[in-house]
Write a protein that binds this ligand. Sequence first.
Ligand code: NOJ
Length: 538
Amino acid sequence: MPDWLNDTVFYEIYPQSFYDSNGDGIGDIEGIIERLDYVKELGCNALWINPCFDSPFKDAGYDVRDYKKVAERYGTNEDLVRLFDTAHKRGIHVLLDLVPGHTSEEHEWFKLSSIAEHNEYSGRYIWTDSWFKGIGGHPYIGGEAQRDGTYMLNFFKCQPALNYGFKEKREPWQTEMHEPDAMATREALKDIMRFWLDKGCDGFRVDMADSLVKDDDENKSGTCEVWRNIREMLDRDYPQAALVSEWSNPWQAINGAGFHMDFYLDHWHNGYNTLLRDYESNEVDNSYFKSDADGDINRFLEDYLPRYNATKDNGYISFMTCNHDTPRPRYTLSEEELKVAYAFLFTMPGVPFLYYGDEIGLNYIKDMPSKEGGYTRTGSRTPMQWTDGVNAGFSEASSDKLYLPVQYGCGESSPEDGINGYKTDRDCSNIKVSVKQAAEDKASLYNAVKDILALRHRERDLHADGSFKVVSCDKHKAFVYQRGSIVVIVNPRDKEVRLDDAALDLIGDMKVIHSVGNAAGLDEKSGSVPGQTVIFLK
Ligand code: NOJ
């Protein structure tokens, strides 16, 4: 286990939209380098950068054309190495995004795999042996290649599935997972990982990590075996390299496959949704942190606790504020509600992730026209808003050249402001959500995030491996949990609630060390906890 993970908070950067250093309207690596001090000051000490490799960008870079080359629009390989070095000097680790399950249809391997003549890459992807034969139960494409056969897709049409074999070979055209073609794909993946690790990256966020071996069993034992084998390479040659999986099944990802961290996502409408975005319709959010939702933390605990207890000795579950695939939480939660939610997310065990812009309450812009395969995700990918100047300080390009428009007023816009509150040809002087404005306002969400991250770093018991124990979780009372010597009282509701007896006994003569909301209103005699408050005692 890389030791540095224990006291790490990640910052996820969608490179297109973070900071444009050369005025072409799109973010770049140099832009990230220039903003490393910002990340550090906020309290994050590691980055996850979404794919920044050569790509036709039909899925925002998750369609890789060359794994070993930085996309021109972001800079060069040398720039990326400079990012690693500059980040390391500031104590920041950098994870790249590894897409192991598929490539772009424009990848050289796929072009060679598509030709009729048998070659080294014929078995790199999953092909049937006839143009009119499909791939049982999987999406596939026919009619495009010279080769006689159809090929399997892993996600969009532009993303043919790489061949790591099938768990069981049932058709003559299938490869078993230990046959040479499948093993060659696995080795090619290791080679890509080594390439970037040797240049100084600190590990990878792994895209669709559970998707490698096809028709796997219910424990995904085939795919787990591939990752175990890769983990052996890391343990031997790169023991400080970290892997976080997009899997959201820690039993499999952490215990089975050997990932150091697994994201707590909402793939299965699980406990994550119950916390931050339990949409009944677009207007109604029933999540726990919605102050008037009458939420019940037990919905989350029932999902989370078994996962946590089963995996805590082997790795970390990673909470996130949101990511490039999900609506930003500001869509339904106010800044006050978010302060409470983040105080909880950032003081749970495991290694947390903050998506750029969530710290200033950037909003999700619904119904934005799709950009680079983003579809409904596009509204969470708009540029970071740095200042209240032109283009919110994101870029010096003219506003019609921006990768995506900056937002206006974040949720407070009037219909005249354009489609759902954004438009490109306007005066940006009244942008209401920016780092500049948030930093100046003592009561901002940004400053609350900064304070909570400082607390997390300061208190050893709040680090990733610190213990976690639920003290009380009665739906009608305050939610109270213990992290070693620290007790956390959470009340997301808009009205006061009471502590139960167990919590009252426990806090005895402990002192408040930090709070969000109105800690002064805590009455230790009656056990009353004011609304929208999180209190840390020691
Ligand atoms: C998950 C990524 O997060 C998403 O953005 C992408 O579209 C798919 N995997 C396909 O790679």
